[in-house]
Design a protein around this ligand. Structure first.
Ligand SMILES: C[S@@+](CC[C@H](N)C(=O)[O-])C[C@H]1O[C@@H](n2cnc3c(N)ncnc32)[C@H](O)[C@@H]1O
Length: 309
């Protein structure tokens, strides 16, 4: 039988016309169709099966539920038949009631979606949300970065370097721990990041050519340096004119145990210290803000300091 004849035969039944008219606005599950039409579940399923066999309706599974919707690709003769079917459906005595019930069901669905967000409004940013993470936000922000050459000084194993390498032209990660450099380099190789190079060296005198990078990053590294001001001067040396230094650093704190726990040399810095060192190194457009505060004691605060060469 041709698809035209099959469609005509399928749509010659008033119940199937009702269903088709309901699926015009949105996809619906069998339960929802049952609630709207007050027909039995098996009857609805049988009609949906026939509509699917004729290619007039398609389905999508979501967990345990299946949603049905009109097959929108129907065109030519079948498309015309569908238009006629819609017109015919409007003449059915149940049509008015069906449409009222449909609106009620769709409104209820929308309200259910909003209930959660209304409940968490005001604390949404602090509660868990599937798929929301700083890592994902980081990737999003990276996409707006131009293809830079970056030096990550005191890089550690390359948490940030790896993220940057997925977007930047080249990333040079410098660390003075042989083991960390070996581990970071092996991990970069495993992750096939050919533009990420690890170099063993001191962040106070990094093994990089003068004026060779667009961006220098010092993330939680400065408080390990014997002479933080020298590290900032070195950042200025390796930056191209117009390049940027970005420093993530702990604000001055009194948690002395950080020395033995994390090997820290300095207990963070005052904002004024960072500002002075950046200024003395010749940086312009200096900006320093506290960008994070930990909820647990000792409530470490992170500053983000930046400057342009
Ligand atoms: C706290 S970790 C920070 C790692 C990374 N930047 C991050 O934010 O995840 C500090 C790193 O700096 C390195 N480091 C300490 N003193 C250094 C120095 N003088 N020169 C180069 N790296 C140094 C350590 O080996 C360590 O990997």
């Amino acid at each position: 039988m041709t698809s035209t004849l099959k469609s005509l035969r399928t749509l010659s039944d008033p119940t199937r016309l009702r269903i088709v008219a309901l699926l015009e606005k949105d996809e619906l599950s069998v339960n929802e169709l049952q609630e709207i039409t007050r027909l039995g579940q098996s009857r609805i399923s049988t009609h949906l099966g026939l509509l699917q066999d004729s290619g007039l309706v398609q389905s999508r599974r979501e967990g345990k539920r299946t949603f049905y919707k009109l097959n929108t690709v129907a065109n030519g003769a079948v498309g015309e038949i569908m238009q006629l079917a819609m017109r015919g459906a409007k003449e059915l005595p149940e049509h008015g009631g069906d449409q009222i019930n449909l609106r009620r069901i769709l409104n209820r669905r929308r309200e259910q979606e909003q209930v959660y967000f209304n409940q968490v409004a005001g604390r949404f940013d602090r509660v868990y949300g599937p798929g929301r993470s700083w890592q994902a936000f980081g990737h999003l922000l990276l996409r707006i970065l131009p293809p830079l050459t970056v030096a990550d000084l005191g890089s550690g194993e390359g948490l940030l370097s790896e993220l940057l390498a997925r977007r930047c032209k080249k990333v040079i990660a410098v660390d003075n721990s042989e083991k960390i450099v070996a581990f970071g380099a092996a991990k970069a190789k495993r992750n096939n990041l050919k533009n990420l190079e690890f170099r063993l060296g001191d962040l106070q005198n990094p093994p990089l050519e003068p004026e060779s990078v667009d961006l220098v990053i010092l993330s939680q590294a400065l408080h390990h340096a014997q002479e933080p001001a020298r590290a900032i001067r070195s950042a200025g040396r390796i930056l191209k004119p117009g390049g940027q230094v970005m420093i993530l650093e702990l604000a001055k704190h009194g948690f002395a145990k950080a020395r033995e726990l994390y090997g820290d040399r300095w207990l963070g810095f005052a904002e004024s210290d960072l500002h002075r060192w950046l200024e003395e190194a010749g940086f312009k457009k200096i900006e320093i803000n506290v960008v994070a505060r930990e909820e647990q004691p000792p409530h470490f605060e992170t500053m983000l300091a930046s400057g342009q060469k």
